[in-house]
Design a protein around this ligand. Structure first.
Ligand code: ADP
Ligand code: MG
Length: 241
């Protein structure tokens, strides 16, 4: 089972940002994607999820062989793709609980009513050390940077996608929260061992807890190096150059 990207080219507002990226993400594995600021990491993630601003001009995206290159975003989500945003959007008037239940019921066959979902949500929130009253807050409204990232991870743990792209989930989190979130992710993997994680990050601390199986480095829209976790450690010591 794989998420395969073949010679992908992506344009943002007429400028080519991703210039022929090929990558394969394996089910059950953690793949770290690292690279300096502006190298195209978020562009790649958004293009994979089908964000209309990020235009795939050539190449292919295949999820377990199914061509998703030009599929609508909600169908990508149904097929098992998930993106946690670098900058989560605030949506007032929608509680975290009702948002998550709607999302859950949209992608799962088995529908959960309010009571059933509440029980599931409470259990998942405790994995992330979140107070259950948090589910009544409005989506990301007035939340701190760290709380927004934790809410993104709650989505991951509730939805249990097959391929999850985590864009700078660790940025904005304090040291304790990084550990809690990483442990929450490990718990989610135990519940769904086939889950594949694509972790976009600058820093090694998050990776120390997650121990990626593979590491790829992107620079100016191209993959310039690939290796094991050792590669991430080297970058921490020596920088990207
Ligand atoms: P990274 O996530 O690696 O820091 P990005 O993918 O955010 O990099 O950005 C790569 C390049 O694409 C940058 O030069 C950035 O200015 C440009 N870019 C990304 N998103 C947009 C956008 N929505 N509109 C205009 N330019 C964008
Ligand atoms: Mg980014």
């Amino acid at each position: 089972m794989t998420l395969e990207i073949k010679d992908l080219h992506v344009e943002v507002e007429g400028t080519e940002i991703i210039k022929g990226v090929s990558l394969t993400f394996h089910s059950g594995k953690i793949h770290a994607l690292m690279g300096p600021n502006g190298s195209g990491k978020s562009t790649l993630a958004n293009a994979l999820m089908g964000h209309p601003k990020y235009k795939i001009t050539s190449g292919k995206v295949l999820l377990d062989g199914k061509d998703l290159t030009h599929e609508k975003t909600h169908l990508r989500a149904k097929a098992g793709l998930f993106l946690s945003f670098q900058y989560p959007t605030e949506i007032s008037g929608v509680t975290i609980g009702s948002f998550l239940r709607t999302a859950y019921n949209t992608i799962h066959e088995k529908q959960l009513n309010v009571v059933e979902f509440h029980a599931l949500l409470k259990e998942k929130m405790s994995l992330l050390n979140m107070d259950s009253s948090f589910s009544r807050r409005h989506l990301n409204e007035g939340l701190s940077g760290g709380e927004k990232k934790k809410t993104e991870m709650l989505q991951l743990i509730v939805l249990q996608p097959r391929y999850a792209l985590l864009d700078e989930t660790d940025s904005g989190l304090d040291v304790d929260s990084i550990k809690i979130v990483a442990e929450g992710i490990q718990q989610a993997r135990k519940l769904r061992p086939a889950m594949s994680l694509i972790v976009i990050t600058h820093y090694n601390r998050f990776l120390e807890y997650l121990m990626p199986d593979e590491v790829s480095i992107i620079q100016q829209g191209k993959i310039v190096a690939q290796g094991s976790y050792e590669l991430a450690k080297k970058i921490e010591q020596r920088g990207f150059t």
